[in-house]
Design a binder for this molecule. Structure first.
Ligand code: C2O
Ligand code: CU
Length: 527
């Protein structure tokens, strides 16, 4: 225990930033972030491009390999550095799956296994996690199950060699550490939903995802397809992420050690890093030409720390977002919203009806939690009138919601900053080797979460149903099956949680990636 704290102290403290981290007054983030986010804005070092100048791009859809084993879809992704155009007219170095940001989208079918072979040509170790995958522990991307760079990349980069030795995976005797390539196997015994994949390496997830290691993964099933929701070109994934850029167009990030030889961010950013450029599918403030028809948008907040309150034009009516699903797939019935509040890693599946718009009209997707340029996200341009035979039925699904009456026990989790120890869960920073709890695989429990700051709380291999927010019932955005809870300052949330059926070790953590890297993660063992 003592060793754990001192390791983490060393981690947060790192270099000269140490005293300052400890000295950041509790509540600072609260005041500076207001209702929006408990985090700090990192300003770009160059003029930002005008909004709505570049078209939205839909990430490439990955095709399975030929020679696939029958019964499973096999894919290959190479994690590598690449130079891409994010801001118009300049090149930006990223770390990407196949060198793109976002990574290619994988479309999968419920019940049909997917195997993804990842090859690591980056200068650092990586871990890939399929967020919301019902995945056996060995493929879940436990934070110390490292995929080391290939020997050739490692040789070109002595840093990688030293990092791979430097503690991280090495302190965990149970870590599965391999070099160059690794197969992740996903049984996908789960309902249709929007998942995503991203880096999950212990202590370094935030800078790795910031540099581009994130992609979308969509599971389909027959139930959803029977609904006649908008489909094809009118079913669009939107990965929203904020980033900041330096004078030459490079991504900037306030690491204590820019070479990432050690973890940690500069003291001022310990509550989280906010960018000042809104990217949707990797493009800054893009526009999308749409028909005057219904569209389905699967919205993912892939930001490190930023929360958004998405709004549309009042011309689209009082409740322009018809929510049909969330993290864990379809809701039981559609729900109209004037706005959508989305915390990091959450997903909202919404239908927006542009049929009342005239060609030439422009509708802006705004962010009520943003200031300045971050008040805007993207724009829809109505291009033409069009036929539309999609519909939103009044009954969508019967989500398998966790039943609190079946709860085996109640547990409480306190998420807070702890003077000098980084960010903690029940007073502890992350230990890959000591399990905080050991629930039974497949069981249901009642969990309570209490917080100091904004914490988007994520539990692997589990789905949650919000029972109470404070003294009230579920909040406006709590409907359906959640795997990320938007816990706000000084708030208490009670959920019924059901775990997946695979025993082994998993993590629960804050999905503010800076908090996660600074210790706000716990190992649990399903038995
Ligand atoms: Cu989105 Cu533990 O992950
Ligand atoms: Cu947090």
């Amino acid at each position: 225990m003592a060793a754990r704290i001192s390791r983490r102290q060393a981690l947060v403290a790192g270099g000269g930033a140490a005293a300052a981290v400890v000295g950041v007054p509790f509540g600072l983030g609260l005041r500076s972030g207001g209702e929006a986010s408990s985090a700090t804005l990192l300003r770009s070092g160059r003029p930002l491009p005008a909004a709505f100048q570049v078209p939205l791009e839909i990430p490439r859809v990955l095709t399975p390999n030929r020679g696939s084993v029958p019964g499973a879809d096999h894919y290959e992704l190479t994690q590598r550095q690449a130079e891409v155009e994010v801001l118009p007219g300049v090149r930006t170095a990223i770390w990407g799956y196949d060198g793109t940001f976002p990574g290619s989208t994988i479309h999968a079918r419920s019940g049909r296994p997917v195997v993804v072979r990842h090859t690591n040509l980056l200068p650092v170790p990586t871990v890939t996690h399929l967020h919301a995958g019902q995945t056996p522990s060995a493929s879940d991307g436990f934070p110390t199950d490292l995929l080391l760079p290939s020997p050739s990349t490692a040789a070109r980069n002595s840093m990688a060699a030293s990092m791979s030795m430097d503690g991280m995976g090495g302190n965990d005797p149970h870590a599965s550490v391999v070099q160059t390539s690794r197969d992740y196997t996903y049984p996908l015994q789960q309902r249709a939903a929007m998942l995503w994949y991203h880096d999950h390496r212990m202590d370094f997830t935030a800078p790795s995802v910031w540099r581009g290691l994130a992609g979308m993964f969509i599971v389909h099933d027959a139930e959803e397809e029977a609904l006649e929701l908008p489909a094809g070109e009118r079913d669009i994934p939107l990965m929203i992420a904020d980033r900041s850029f330096g004078g030459d167009g490079e991504l900037i990030y306030p690491s204590s050690y820019p070479s990432l030889i050690r973890p940690g961010v500069r003291a001022a950013y310990a509550a989280g890093v906010l960018g000042d450029v809104a990217l949707v599918n990797g493009r800054p403030w893009p526009f999308l030409e749409v028909d005057a028809a219904r569209y389905r948008f699967r919205i993912l907040n892939a930001s490190n720390a930023r929360r958004y309150r998405l709004t549309l034009d009042p011309r689209l009516g009082q409740a322009p977002f018809i929510q049909v699903g969330t993290d864990g797939g379809l809701l039981d019935a559609p729900l109209g919203h004037a706005a959508i509040e989305i915390a990091p890693a959450q997903r909202y599946d919404v239908v927006v009806d542009f049929s009342a718009c005239r060609p030439g009209e422009r509708i802006t997707l705004r962010n009520g939690f943003g200031t300045g340029r971050m008040e805007q996200v993207m724009q829809f341009r109505i291009a033409r009138k069009a036929h539309d035979d999609s519909r939103v039925p009044i009954r969508l699904s019967h989500p398998p919601v966790p039943d609190p009456a079946r709860s085996a026990r109640t547990r409480s989790f306190v998420f807070r900053r702890s003077g000098g120890h980084g960010w903690t869960i029940n007073g502890e920073t992350f230990s890959p080797t000591e399990a905080l709890i050991s629930p039974r695989a497949g069981s249901t429990e009642i969990w309570e979460f209490v917080s100091d700051f904004h914490h988007p709380i994520h539990v692997h291999l589990a789905s949650m149903r919000v029972l109470n927010r404070g003294l009230n019932g579920p909040g406006e955005f709590d409907h359906g099956l959640k795997d990320v809870l938007d816990l706000r300052p000084a708030e208490r949330i009670r959920v019924a949680i059901t775990f997946g059926e695979y025993p082994g070790r998993y993590v629960l953590h804050c999905h503010n990636l800076e908090h996660e890297d600074m210790g706000m993660m716990a190992t649990f063992r399903l038995v």
